[in-house]
Design a protein around this ligand. Structure first.
Ligand code: XMP
Length: 311
């Protein structure tokens, strides 16, 4: 059956309106395509009854919290920016296991959100879970932070009920919905960014210093590959170290991996064929702008056998 975006939107608007009724709802947003599209759909259905919540977890791209709050505000949506950086870093302290990181992230996320939902006296949380999140969690590939039921969590424990209008569709359809709703292109063509943010790009302990390194590297990779429009391009900070020469001295420094992949729905991915000059420019900028990095690698592994992210 052909994908009917108009019909999907009509149905979801009615569904959200009917479920929420005369109560109020909050939409959890992260600045990504899924959560922004979901929040805008909910706003179309609920108007003033909706508040978008943006939790600054300290794991976002550079300047993302203020940029996203502005973007949502420009769309007419009421936005609350919550600074929860300390809470997230405290929860993640000392944790290296990938799934443990996701669990800690998820628990902190819902604890903070639960508090905000209560403060706003909202009965519903609307979030942008998509079909890929659900299937990867079900197949045990990884615990997506926004899939609660499948991992045996009752959202009511956190003080709200969850509505997930995009749970049956994948990323390309989400982009169709965004376009049809009239969202600007820079939103619906935005590169996917994982819910737990830069925590998925730090192998080993996630702390403010290590996140800052990967945030800078990530920005450089995104800027330098922008014209190539990869599905996802980013940097990862490894736990291992490597000796290098910085300012004429031997330094046992950080290792950054550059990854760029092409994909339709993130279920499989191939490696982007980045021109050598672009890779060289990335290497030069990372070495110059982040002196603690002594080794820069390019990842040539497709998915499978790799996943896209490193944890
Ligand atoms: P993987 O690494 O599983 O990634 O190949 C597939 C897609 O999902 C994103 N990703 C996540 N998104 N929570 C999210 O919301 C997560 O825990 C998570 N892990 C990976 C990843 O960026 C890619 O687009």
């Amino acid at each position: 059956m052909a994908w009917e975006v108009k019909k999907f939107i009509e149905e979801k608007l009615l569904e959200v309106k009917k479920i929420v009724g005369d109560k109020s709802a909050v939409a959890a947003t992260s600045g990504g395509v899924d959560s922004t599209t979901c929040a805008f759909l909910a706003y179309k259905a609920l108007g003033e009854k909706l508040t978008a919540i943006f939790i600054d977890d300290g794991l976002m791209r550079q300047d993302e919290p203020t940029k996203v709050s502005e973007e949502l505000g420009n769309l007419g949506i009421k936005v609350k920016l919550i600074d929860a950086r300390d809470e997230f870093f405290k929860a993640l302290r000392g944790i290296e296991d990938p799934e443990q990181k996701r669990k800690k992230f998820r628990d902190t996320f819902y604890r903070v959100l639960g508090k905000v939902v209560k403060e706003n006296r909202a009965a519903y949380l609307i979030q942008g879970t998509i079909a890929a999140d659900i299937s990867e969690t079900e197949r045990g590939i990884k615990t997506q932070h926004n899939v609660l039921e499948q991992i045996g969590i009752d959202p009511r424990d956190y003080g709200f009920q969850v509505i997930e209008p995009l749970r049956e569709i994948y990323k390309p359809e989400v982009r169709d919905v965004a376009r049809e709703l009239g969202l600007p292109e820079e939103i619906y063509q935005k590169m996917p960014f994982p819910g737990p943010g830069l925590a998925t790009r730090v192998v080993g302990e996630v702390n403010p210093q290590r996140v800052e390194i990967v945030r800078k590297a990530n920005r450089i990779v995104e800027e330098e590959t922008k014209e190539l429009r990869p599905f996802q391009a980013f940097a990862v900070l490894m736990k291992d170290r490597a000796t290098g020469m910085v300012g004429g001295k031997r330094v046992f420094g950080n290792i950054i991996v550059v990854r760029s992949v092409e994909s339709k729905n993130a279920m499989t991915a191939s490696v982007s064929r980045i021109p050598w000059e672009v890779l060289e420019k990335i290497q030069k900028r990372i070495a110059e702008e982040i002196p603690s990095v002594t080794k820069i690698l390019f990842d040539i592994t497709p998915k499978p056998p790799s996943t896209i992210e490193y944890i």
